[in-house]
Design a protein around this ligand. Structure first.
Ligand code: NOJ
Length: 747
């Protein structure tokens, strides 16, 4: 990829100042043991303690001097970080460097689309590149460790943190989550441009009841293993250095006190040898959960479960010694936790390179980074509707454009959630870009109509209608302010906020073509807005370069290729709605008797009824994997190389895809499998492969997928991961509800 090499070249500038220190596993283990043997109990507990230094700086300095702090988070000033590290390296007894953590979720300074948007690209290389850029920028100021990727399976758009997720699908999340880990950590953790990844939140956090943040989950072990755990296992396989526990209690056990997931699954089954950090105060939050009666008992439960480092709540420091004296925990438990932490500090090369090189050239907002963020925003945009081919716009024939809506020029809000370090002054908005690129040739009339997404006032709408009347086309930029998604920002109503729907409806009455461009942190229930719009381009908050990306898409300099990484419900009441559900005993058969089809006083019968809502039907607004292009693609000639396979065979399947339209484009071909009969009921479809296929107008290609049959294994009735012999269906197509179908058998 051209971009990756540009980015690597940019990062080389930075790398040359500080050499990478690779050490073998044996070397590291030897060093860890040597150091551990010299440590006092207090120093060990100190390593397990993470602080967010917002209090008195002299107190923090003194704690570090005493060896009471293993990590800090939320400091990104390189001078300050070097000063802190100097205390650890020169004034503490054992000179153990502090590891510096930060939430670098979708970019550090150069902000990429939110993870849900990146997932819409179905492009692991691009996602890896985004994480690489984030690492290069964050490392350049002294960050060693990011709390990402967030790989919670998210099937509830009410949940604000769906924005940070990679969507609803286990396979897509596994592939893209692994790509992020690789991007953050680079090829060598000790490279100064690498930062440690922290897959989170372990585990099940996305399944909170009712989409409420922090809420309890009830995920049975089989579903946990088949749906929620695989992305984390994949992250371990690609070498993730750390893990973060989740806030939720699953079936009554808070993750931070959950021995089963931390000891049995993570350590014993997956052989993870990095360290586990709690989420923010999630150790002592076990008191509010009613799982521990005080900080001491909370510390006991978390240490016993296998949480190595405690984020900010201090109970390990305050109670560790007493717990040990009372025999509630053992020195072995503490030693293991400290080993895990020191191992990662050594692997990061922190002992050799504790300081950030402040003389290195700045890499923040490097042109190659901005270019890459723009490409990510382009590939993340999803075209939902394009009636009468209103898009792309023709710059040669359009004389006047009306720009309306609160997101047209929302430099802060288009960045999305989790942008601690992003700076809105660098944001390129659609309005600014339109003026810059087309302002000389096209009259651009702007009337926001409503000021911000929640603005319910309708008095500005008349001005918007007025500009719409004068224009050849209306561009309506709507969506959500950044603060409406993200942590602790769940919603019960997913319609466009404020008066935005009124605004779209009002400009549509002018009869001018309306192109609605959404920028939001989650799927919204936009059925009625879609209906009155001629075209809809959906962007999960697209980041710093959202403006140039969207403008290129609108004018056809780029062609949409994004696909939905999550199902869009028609109504909130349909949630949870996701493509990979199990089959009921009365599956949907393609027709529904809707509310108004039922005669008055109809007699009660359940015959012929299937699983759906009388008032919302069965189908969602848009299915997982959906997304249009300016061009059209046709699938033909699906062929299996063999339709009878053994458990250790590799299935090979080919399909011809033709670009039958006028534009060059990229189609994301998706392969789904259904295991028809099992010892337990199985999902109606599961994504197993996908590929971005570039096709010039008129071009046809044969795409071949290979799939080891071993990847059809699941946790069966005996909770054993196995491939069960029998019949399978397979589809290859343009989304989860379309495609050519064939069948095969596993003997
Ligand atoms: C709480 C969030 O749940 C977690 O994702 C984040 O990394 C920590 N706070 C640290 O900011």
């Amino acid at each position: 990829m051209i971009r990756i090499s540009v980015i690597i070249a940019a990062s080389l500038l930075f790398i040359t100042c500080r050499p990478a220190i690779s050490a073998t596993h044996d070397d590291v283990d030897r060093k860890v043991e040597e150091l551990l043997s010299k440590m006092t109990l207090e120093e060990k507990l100190g390593q397990m303690n993470q602080l967010s230094p917002w209090g008195d700086p002299s107190e923090i300095a003194s704690a570090i001097r005493k060896g009471h702090v293993g990590s800090i988070l939320n400091v990104v000033d390189p001078e300050m970080l070097n000063a802190v590290q100097k205390i650890a390296m020169e004034e503490s007894r054992l000179k153990i460097p502090v590891i510096v953590g930060r939430d670098v979720i979708h970019g550090f300074k150069t902000i990429y689309p939110i993870p849900l948007g990146q997932a819409a690209s179905f492009n692991p290389e691009l996602v890896e590149e985004g994480a690489r850029v984030a690492a290069i920028e964050a490392a350049s100021v002294g960050v060693h460790w990011t709390f990402a990727p967030m790989i919670d399976i998210a099937r509830d758009p009410r949940w604000g943190r769906i924005a940070e997720s990679l969507g609803e699908d286990t396979y897509l999340t596994s592939v893209l989550g692994a790509a992020m880990v690789k991007g953050f950590q680079g090829s060598d953790l000790s490279d100064p441009s690498s930062i440690a990844a922290c897959p989170k939140h372990f585990v099940g956090y996305g399944a909170g009841e009712g989409g409420r943040d922090y809420a309890s989950t009830f995920i049975p072990e089989r579903t946990l293993r088949n749906v929620y755990l695989p992305p984390f296992e994949e992250a371990v396989k690609v070498g993730a250095a750390t893990f973060m526990t989740s806030f939720n209690d699953n079936d009554g056990v808070p993750s931070t006190g959950n021995k089963f997931i931390l000891e049995q699954v993570l350590r014993k089954e997956w052989n993870f040898d990095g360290f586990v950090v709690s989420d923010w105060a999630s150790v002592t939050e076990m008191i509010a959960h009613g799982f521990a009666k005080d900080p001491k008992e909370a510390a006991e439960k978390a240490i016993k479960a296998g949480v190595d480092m405690e984020m900010v709540s201090g109970s390990y420091m305050s109670s560790g010694k007493q717990l040990l004296e009372e025999g509630k925990i053992t020195m072995g438990m503490i030693d293991d936790a400290v080993r895990n932490i020191l191992r990662i500090k050594f692997r990061l090369g922190l002992f050799e390179n504790p300081y950030v090189d402040t003389s290195a050239p700045p890499v923040l907002y490097a042109p190659a980074h901005l270019e890459s963020a723009k490409e990510a925003a382009i590939q993340s945009a999803i075209l939902l509707k394009n009636e009468g081919e209103v898009l792309p716009l023709n710059a040669n024939t359009i004389k006047t454009i009306a720009v309306v809506g609160p997101m047209a020029d929302a430099a802060h809000d288009q960045l999305g959630t989790w942008i601690f370090d992003g700076d809105k002054n660098y944001t390129r908005t659609p309005l600014a870009t339109l003026k810059e690129q087309y302002g000389n040739d096209i009259r651009i009339l702007y009337a926001a109509g409503t000021e911000f997404s929640r603005d319910a006032r309708t008095d500005g709408i008349a001005a918007a209608v007025n500009v719409a009347r004068q224009a050849d086309v209306v561009l309506a930029f709507v969506g959500e302010e950044a603060i409406l998604s993200g942590e602790a920002h769940s919603l019960a109503n997913l319609n466009l906020q404020g008066a935005q729907s009124d605004l779209i409806a009002a400009v549509a009455t002018t009869g001018k073509p309306v192109v609605t461009v959404v920028m939001a942190g989650r799927p919204l229930t936009i059925g009625r807005d879609v209906e009155v719009s001629n075209a809809v381009l959906y962007n999960f908050h697209p980041g710093t370069m959202g403006g140039p990306a969207i403008v290129d898409l609108l004018f056809g300099k780029a062609v949409p290729s994004g696909k939905l990484p999550v199902t869009f419900p028609k109504e909130v009441g349909q949630i949870p709605v996701y493509y990979s559900h199990n089959s009921t005993g009365r599956p949907y058969q393609g027709s529904e008797t809707m509310l108004n089809d039922i005669p008055q006083e109809a007699g009660q019968t359940s015959l012929g009824n299937t699983s759906f809502y009388l008032d919302a039907g069965f189908a969602p607004l848009y299915p997982f994997g959906y997304g249009l292009s300016y061009t059209t693609f046709e699938y033909a000639n699906l062929r299996l190389f063999s339709s009878s396979l053994k458990a250790n065979d590799v299935l090979t399947v080919s399909v011809d895809i033709a670009n039958t339209g006028k534009y060059d484009g990229v189609e994301v071909a998706q392969l789904y499998v259904q295991d028809c009969f099992g010892s337990v009921t199985r999902p109606v479809k599961e994504l197993k492969r996908f590929e971005r296929v570039p096709l010039k107008a008129g071009e046809k290609k044969t795409v071949t997928f290979t799939l080891p049959i071993s990847e059809l294994a699941f946790y069966n009735i005996d909770m054993i991961k196995t491939v069960e012999a029998g019949d399978f269906n397979l589809w290859v197509g343009t989304n989860s509800q379309a495609g050519l179908m064939t069948s095969f058998m596993v003997e």
